[in-house]
Design a protein around this ligand. Structure first.
Ligand code: R1P
Ligand code: URA
Length: 284
């Protein structure tokens, strides 16, 4: 087999140039991307595009929809949940897109502050990780959870999105977001099916990061990889700008969860704000 056709273990890209997990190749993914967790949200957002030109659902569950919005190419990608899915997405998107990438995550979160409740919109200024510490559980060493250093969102993309959201909604909540490796244990949810040692976790998080407003599961990985994206060809590092806007689905203080009508309404209010941010001059 000629060398250029080999699918290597290091970078398994198919003979047609498709990445292994997302299944997209050059030309199918735009430089401007909105990424969400679930397929329904992706499909709902895609109704705000002027035209849909490409759609692909990979066997691994990544749904990519690429189309035009105000004459600009935009992709909407549903990645599922968690750090690993964000890692697959950012790396494989970077493999097949030339030029700078602008990525906005439009997700949901739980609020752990007084300022944000069900139906509010949070704009993450920065994010940090929260992971289960296996040394604690297996070897009785250290604390049960690791709370990792903060990483900033792209200030320009975030500022532009914030300005547009305030114009649309009147106000938004700004703050730091914790990106946990579980919806349950490392977000401080309680249950008696597992030993999670998370009684004081929310207090520890608030103590370490006073400005924390919400918890979710992907933002820190997105910001971290964007920050450490290298230059390539004529690109200067970082080659990825990233921002994150979150709908509050869970009010952890009041112990309430969102209803489907409110989440649909929030997508409708947010869709063009995010799309307009992505096609604004700063993302060229
Ligand atoms: C958990 O229910 C999921 O919701 C949040 C979390 O980050 C996690 O992925 O975001 P999405 O609504 O974007 O999936
Ligand atoms: N997504 C999360 O990760 N946590 C919540 O509490 C709500 C949505």
């Amino acid at each position: 087999m000629p060398e250029e056709q080999m699918v290597t273990a290091n970078r398994p890209i198919s003979h047609e140039g498709r990445t292994y997990h997302m299944g997209t190749k050059r030309g199918e993914l735009a430089n401007r991307i909105i990424t969400v967790g679930d397929h329904q949200r992706a499909r709902h957002l895609s109704t705000f595009l002027d035209e849909i030109r490409f759609e692909h659902l990979s066997p691994r569950g990544f749904l990519t929809i690429t189309g035009l919005y105000r004459s600009h190419s935009i992709s909407i990608v549903a990645i599922g949940m968690g750090l690993s899915m964000m890692d697959f997405f950012v790396r494989e998107a970077r493999m097949v897109v030339d030029g700078p990438l602008s990525i906005i995550r439009f997700g949901s979160c739980g609020s752990i502050c007084d300022d944000a409740s069900i139906g509010d919109v949070i704009i993450a200024q920065e994010a940090f990780g929260i992971t289960r510490n296996y040394e604690f559980f297996e070897e009785s060493r250290g604390e049960p959870y690791k709370i990792w250093p903060m990483v900033k969102a792209d200030p320009k993309l975030t500022g532009e999105m914030e300005r547009r959201f305030i114009k649309e909604l009147g106000s938004v909540v700004k703050g730091s977001v914790g990106n946990a490796d579980s919806f349950y244990s490392s977000q401080g949810r309680k249950g008696d099916e597992f030993y999670d040692a998370n009684d004081g976790l929310l207090e520890s998080i608030r103590e370490k990061y006073e400005g924390v407003v919400g918890l979710e599961m992907e933002s820190h990985m997105l910001f971290h990889l964007a920050k450490w994206s290298t230059g390539r060809d004529n690109l200067r590092p970082p080659s990825i700008r990233a921002a994150c806007v979150l709908m509050v689905y869970a009010d952890r203080q009041g112990d309430r969860f969102i209803d489907p009508q409110t989440s649909k309404y929030l997508v409708e209010k947010s869709a063009t704000v995010i799309l307009d941010t992505l096609v604004s001059d700063l993302t060229t």
